[in-house]
Design a protein around this ligand. Structure first.
Ligand SMILES: [Zn+2]
Length: 125
């Protein structure tokens, strides 16, 4: 994958996630309105109020995920600009094409990613 291809892919993905975030934001606002309406009639519909609350939590996790993805994409675009895209941040070796195809925002080669994941688990995340 050359630099221009990588950049186009990352920007396309960013646009898609920004749309997703926008949709999730709107959905959250709708849910909040619905939940507020439910509050006035909560005594009659306790089960419905509970389901609205669960819906809100799902939306927030979608939003959080979208924010994380956007941050990763921003970082990847910066690496493209800096000419270090597709290189492992730990060992400096090129990340395989197949891996970048699957995960365009990959920061590490498979070996170092495994180490990162292991560290993360040890720290309780
Ligand atoms: Zn590496």
């Amino acid at each position: 994958m050359n630099t221009e291809e990588a950049r186009t892919r990352l920007l396309t993905e960013r646009a898609r996630i920004e749309e997703l975030r926008h949709a999730a934001n709107r959905l959250t606002a709708d849910h909040q309105e619905a939940a507020e309406r439910e509050l006035s009639s909560a005594e009659q519909h306790p089960a419905e109020l509970a389901s609205e609350t669960i819906g809100l939590e799902i939306d927030h996790s979608v939003l959080q995920h979208a924010e994380l993805e956007l941050a990763e994409l921003e970082a990847a675009v910066k690496r493209v600009d800096g000419g270090v895209y597709g290189r492992c941040e730990a060992c400096g070796e090129p990340i395989s094409e197949a891996r970048l195809e699957a995960i365009p925002t990959a920061r590490f080669c498979i070996v170092d990613q495994a180490k990162q994941d292991k560290n993360g688990r040890r720290n309780g995340h």
